[in-house]
Write a protein that binds this ligand. Structure first.
Ligand code: SF4
Length: 386
């Protein structure tokens, strides 16, 4: 098995402008330009040397990037003027450019569609709450999983994103918060969730490099605690086990969507490779290793997986491992237009939740934050736990 562990998940149904633009995405495959965030320290020092710059300059660049969130090397006054444009070119190529920005929830939810160097499109969503600001980011262009209820799955997987492309989403959101560009005044980006486009475990190496740099303190990283980072998976078991072995206390989120293998085989093709028992065994081991409760994401689909029998099956499967090791997030599905997969009735959602609660399972029905954004994605909007 390769370093990038199989394929995967995340953004669910979307419609409107975002969908149109995404589906016109005929991006060429290719590697993004190497960015400061993609380089090891040795590579940074070597590249600086090629420009005739001593190694202490690398520390200055890290301070600009991670400390001040600044990539405009032309304005780095602590660098010789004659070197600044070379530094910009060598370390800070433009990796993401905004194509479309949509706001909802009185400006506290901001969804951005980004264009990558090769024309690929990805998206991120910033959601501000009274006590935190969470950014949902993409780690792959498209998704290779092909879940039948999901628009993203229909796009297929175009390519993995680089660590730099992943980190740039975080840096721009951190600037927006710092500079008061999000309703509510200046603040701090506090949480990052890998629940945008892509299966994070399918791009393991870049995701891990990004996690390390998001969580390290400046000037090595952005200083967002690993405990406030969530990595999701649709069920790539080797990825879960590998992440557990890293010893980084990030939260794991498992997109389960079904409580038995017959149904999950239909809803989530990855289940045919790693079944629910294998998945929950790995998730529970992750809980034991990390001491972090695992999030279980469950998109409620009318008449498909939202009946009392499903809630009881789910509770039984989770309680099999003992108490209080998961937090279930049932999410009303954000349906694709014209699809047979649609959102549950509110009364079914409530009953589903009640059954989980009565079985002693911690569960919170997620509102679809940003649902008045054209093209809002039920899964994206729901991944806002902090
Ligand atoms: S729901 Fe399935 S197809 Fe859609 S993004 Fe998630 S894993 Fe991919």
């Amino acid at each position: 098995m390769s370093e990038d562990i199989e394929t995967g998940i995340t953004t669910g149904g979307r419609s409107g402008a975002f969908k149109d633009i995404l589906s016109k995405d005929h991006a060429r495959r290719g590697k993004p330009p190497l960015h400061f965030a993609d380089m090891t320290d040795e590579q940074r020092i070597e590249r600086a040397g090629e420009l005739g710059l001593p190694r202490f300059r690398v520390k200055q660049l890290a301070n600009h990037y991670f400390g001040r969130l600044d990539t405009n090397a032309e304005a780095f006054t602590d660098f010789p003027a004659s070197k600044r444009s070379e530094v910009a070119e060598a370390f800070f190529p433009t990796l993401i450019e905004p194509m479309l920005v949509q706001k909802a929830d009185e400006g506290t939810t901001i969804k951005t569609l980004w264009r990558l160097f090769d024309g690929s499109r990805i998206e991120s969503v910033l959601m501000r709450y009274p006590n935190r600001a969470t950014l949902c980011i993409s780690s792959q262009v498209g998704c290779g999983m092909g879940c039948p209820f999901c628009a993203t799955g229909k796009l297929g997987l175009t390519r993995n994103m680089s660590a730099g492309e992943i980190l740039e989403q975080v840096r721009v959101a951190a600037i927006a918060m710092r500079d008061g560009k999000v309703a509510g005044g200046p603040g701090r980006l506090s949480n990052v969730v890998f629940m945008g486009m892509g299966e994070p475990m399918g791009n393991y190496r870049a995701v891990l490099a990004a996690v390390r740099q998001i969580s390290a303190m400046p000037p090595e990283g952005f200083g967002i605690s690993a405990r406030n980072i969530t990595v999701s998976t649709v069920g790539v078991v080797p990825g879960i086990r590998k992440l557990a072995a890293e010893g980084i206390p990030v939260r794991l989120a498992v997109s389960l969507h079904a409580p038995n293998d017959a149904l999950r085989d239909e809803l989530v093709p990855m289940n045919r490779r790693f079944n629910i028992t294998q998945l929950l065994d790995a998730a529970h081991d992750y809980y034991l290793a990390s001491k972090r409760r695992v999030s279980i994401e469950y998109a409620l689909m009318r008449g498909i997986n939202d009946q009392p029998v499903h809630a009881r099956q789910l509770a039984n499967r989770l309680n099999h491992y003992g108490d209080d090791w998961v937090h279930v997030n049932p999410i009303p599905l954000n349906p694709i237009e014209g699809s047979k997969w649609t959102a549950s009735k509110p009364e079914d959602e409530r009953e589903f939740l009640d059954i989980l609660h009565r079985a002693g399972i911690t569960a919170t029905l997620r509102d679809t934050r940003g649902s008045d954004i054209d093209g809002a994605c039920g899964q994206l909007a729901a991944k806002n736990q902090g």
